[in-house]
Ligand binder design. Structure first.
Ligand code: FEO
Ligand code: CA
Ligand code: CA
Ligand code: CA
Length: 776
């Protein structure tokens, strides 16, 4: 069969049926940009451009690298958690710009296509730059983001530096309509190579050197900085931890399973106290094509089980309907082709070898269809996960296993490859948050798997924190993130919960397991979802971001929404996912999402106590749906991004479709209490749960709203709390064609009458007009 099933997000959402580098060294490294470019793939044309470069000077035009910081330490009271929120709450609205409280200003800093290298031109809607140039341009769909203070003395991480810093952010995916001159195209069934290179390069991570004026708080990008760097869906990465060298990650690119190329669909993030960035590979699976005939390739049943559990199975069976003329309607979700037999019964079509015919499964962007010109053909073939050669070391059948990991990036070191930390498991990683850095204590990293009915995980390091490891980059990562225990969460109805260890030979995770034959830790980690199934983990309402309260170490997880909750026999309501109700606009299940939180005795605890901090709802909903008592100043739907700043202010962001008839997505500030500050509650559907204390205007308040059709995601601050950064993702995402945009943001931020500009995802910096502390 040659039909391609269109990319379908349900493929990813529904799969649960059951030595310090001295600053001068870095500058010297940057003297030859050619070296840097040559290290990365998809840079062929960039290489050609760069070859005319002689050197990238270290005396940048602003003279701002070598400056001493005159006032590195903020006044001590900036560090105090405010007693109440006092900024003017932003009203719900449908405006096509970012709205912030009175006395604050929002400024667009870094939008899709913006150049981070002096030789590349500014973005121009009418002259879209070529694909390779995106190696030094902002990627698309900005997402998770962290600020790392930059010491101007050492060129390394300084957690107190607010004047210079590296802003590191994810580019989750792409909006093809506006990325290309006239949207995405195909020629004779193939994606043009330049478009594919642009798309590959528009994914990944940006590292951008920024400088903040100590008087005005204005922030600018230091365009000539040697730290500015892009990591893309083709950057070479190393594996580390238990899965390294495993047969599961061997590919033609790395026959011994030590490396892979790229990171993609980077959603939430995290950061380590030693000064590195963590990026989470979320909906990675849809980037791979799989042919229907691959079902008959030399693959074990275990391989097929794993492919299906991660969304690349060919045997998903849905009800097949008949057309008016009695023929069987081809259900696009159904990968089996049906025909009618002589008796008029639908039966699977069979090929000339009497095998059931499966439809090919296409990839999200069809990168595998590109024909080599600038790059090698291998750069495109790698997106097909078919058995095509005699062994896994010769083809890309295992390519999907090389994604779905937490990737550690040292923003201060562009000489080493980013590292995929396999000890933290493989799933649709949304976010990864480290527990508080306490000398002599083990680290926990908390993580969610964002699909309907998926799990919450944690990894606990064997090693105990030693502050001397600050600024030791990947060496510290090796110490704290390769050896430890990996767990999945089970929530009990009485407000307690367990962490169930996922390790080979424990909790039934053996070769005899009925779910999957686990024969090694590599099996357990690579197929963490199957291990979670096998031990009876709790299916959650799409675990998104995680935040750790700096005051008490309690852990918060956003559960964004779940249309299946209470509507699917596989996902009945339970105490931790208690709501099933209808939305005035037709939504059902857990329509508006909630935020669960838990406390542990210490990071290594195997038990916890939980409650639900916040229930999303429309203010006008019944009290047994609006269980947190939200009002017009703080009602929200579909919490997603979330971060505790170091003072203890919780920032909550939304990616919503249920309240967007009334308001665009938003960010709120919160001053939460603690686990147990509320009590028992009963939902509209009669489910008993444990709710946190109701909120008030003074401890939950809307800080910002975004432009049309956007998501607000990614949040970080300078350590003086005088600049906060957020990302606006996919404004105008409902636009049908490139020449009919439904949003004109970011141009509309400064020119509200603009009705023609292309919408672009972008980073926004928000400062106070009086130069004061944000939400202070
Ligand atoms: Fe990429 Fe789950 O949001
Ligand atoms: Ca998200
Ligand atoms: Ca609604
Ligand atoms: Ca989104």
């Amino acid at each position: 069969m040659t039909d391609y099933l269109p990319y379908d997000e349900n493929q990813e959402l529904d799969n649960n049926t059951s030595d310090n580098h001295h600053f001068r060294d870095i500058l010297e490294q940057s003297m030859s940009r050619r070296d840097l470019i040559a290290k990365t793939a998809s840079g062929a044309a960039a290489l050609a451009l760069a070859s005319s470069l002689t050197a990238c000077s270290d005396d940048n035009e602003n003279g701002n690298i070598g400056d001493d910081e005159s006032n590195p330490n903020p006044p001590t009271d900036n560090n105090a958690r405010p007693e109440k929120l006092s900024f003017s709450p932003v009203k719900k609205n449908l405006d096509d710009w970012v709205t912030v409280p009175e006395g604050y200003t929002a400024t667009v800093l870094y939008a899709m296509g913006d150049s981070i290298h002096p030789i590349y031109s500014d973005w121009d809607d009418k002259n879209i730059p070529n694909g390779p140039s995106f190696q030094f341009r902002s990627g698309d769909c900005h997402d998770g983001m962290s600020y790392f203070g930059l010491s101007t003395k050492t060129g390394r991480y300084d957690e107190n530096a607010s004047e210079h810093g590296l802003l590191v952010m994810n580019h989750e995916y792409i909006n093809q309509t506006f990325l290309h001159p006239q949207g995405p195209t195909k020629v004779d069934g193939r994606r043009p190579e330049d478009e594919v290179i642009r798309e590959v390069n528009a994914h990944g991570v940006s590292i951008v050197h920024i400088k903040k004026n100590t008087e005005t708080q204005a922030v600018e990008i230091v365009k000539s900085s040697p730290f500015n760097r892009r990591i893309t869906a083709s950057t070479v990465m190393d594996f580390s931890g238990p899965v390294t060298n495993s047969p599961l990650v061997r590919t033609a690119f790395s026959p011994n399973g030590r490396q892979t190329r790229g990171t993609h669909n980077n959603c939430g993030n995290g950061y380590t106290p030693w000064g590195t960035y963590l990026t989470a590979e979320e909906n990675f699976i849809g980037y791979f094509q799989r042919s229907g005939t691959d079902q008959y390739a030399d693959r074990s049943e275990a391989e097929k089980t794993a492919l299906k559990r991660y969304g690349l199975g060919l045997d998903i069976s849905y009800q097949t309907e008949k057309n008016a003329d009695g023929t069987v309607k081809r259900d696009e979700k159904n990968s089996i082709v049906y025909v009618l037999d002589a008796q008029g019964q639908k039966v699977p079509e069979r090929d000339d070898q009497d095998r059931i015919v499966y439809l090919d499964k296409s990839s999200r962007y069809a990168w595998e269809t590109a024909q080599a010109g600038v790059e090698s053909q291998d750069m495109y073939d790698r997106w097909s996960a078919n058995v095509t050669k005699a062994s896994a070391s010769q083809d890309y059948r295992n390519a999907p296993n090389t994604f779905g990991w937490i990737v550690e990036i040292d923003p201060f070191d562009n000489s080493a490859n980013p590292v995929k930390r396999t000890a933290l498991g493989r799933f649709a990683h949304e976010d990864c948050r480290a527990s508080r850095a306490i000398e002599g204590e083990q680290f926990a990293f908390y993580m969610g798997d964002d699909s309907r009915g998926e799990y919450i995980y944690k990894f606990v390091s064997d090693a105990k924190w030693d502050p001397k490891d600050i600024n030791t980059g990947y060496r510290a990562g090796d110490k704290y993130m390769n050896k430890g225990k990996f767990y999945v969460a089970k929530f009990n109805a009485d407000g307690t919960g367990q962490w169930i260890e996922l390790a080979h030979g424990k909790n039934g995770l053996t070769a005899e397991n009925a779910v999957y034959p686990f024969s090694s830790d590599a099996d357990v980690l690579t197929f963490a979802r199957l291990a979670g199934d096998a031990v009876g983990a709790t299916k959650m309402d799409r675990p998104e971001w995680v935040a750790v309260n700096p005051e008490n170490g309690e852990v918060y997880v956003t559960l964004t929404n779940n249309s299946n909750r209470g509507n699917s026999s596989a996902q009945p309501v339970d105490a931790a996912n208690p709501r099933n109700y209808s939305d005035p606009e037709g939504g059902k299940g857990n329509v508006n999402g909630h935020i669960i939180r838990f406390k542990e005795e210490n990071t290594a605890s195997e038990s916890f106590e939980w409650d639900i901090y916040l229930f999303g709802a429309e203010a006008s909903m019944d009290a047994n749906i609006n269980l947190s008592g939200l009002n017009d100043n703080n009602d929200l739907s579909s919490p997603d991004g979330m971060w505790f700043d170091p003072r203890g202010v919780l920032w909550i962001q939304t990616d919503d479709g249920a309240y967007t008839d009334t308001t665009n997505c938003m960010m709120l500030a919160a001053l939460p209490g603690q686990v147990g500050d509320g009590g028992p509650a009963t939902t509209s559907n009669g489910q008993a749960t444990i709710a946190g204390a109701k909120v008030t205007d003074e401890n939950l308040r809307r800080f910002l709203t975004g432009p049309k059709e956007c998501e607000i995601t990614g949040v970080t601050m300078t350590p003086d709390y005088k600049a906060i950064f957020i990302n606006v993702q996919h404004p105008g995402e409902d636009s049908k064609t490139f020449d009919a945009p439904t949003s004109n943001w970011p141009a509309s931020q400064s020119d509200r009458s603009n009705k023609t500009a292309r919408p672009r995802s972008a980073t926004v910096v928000i400062t106070r007009n009086d130069g004061g502390v944000i939400a202070g």
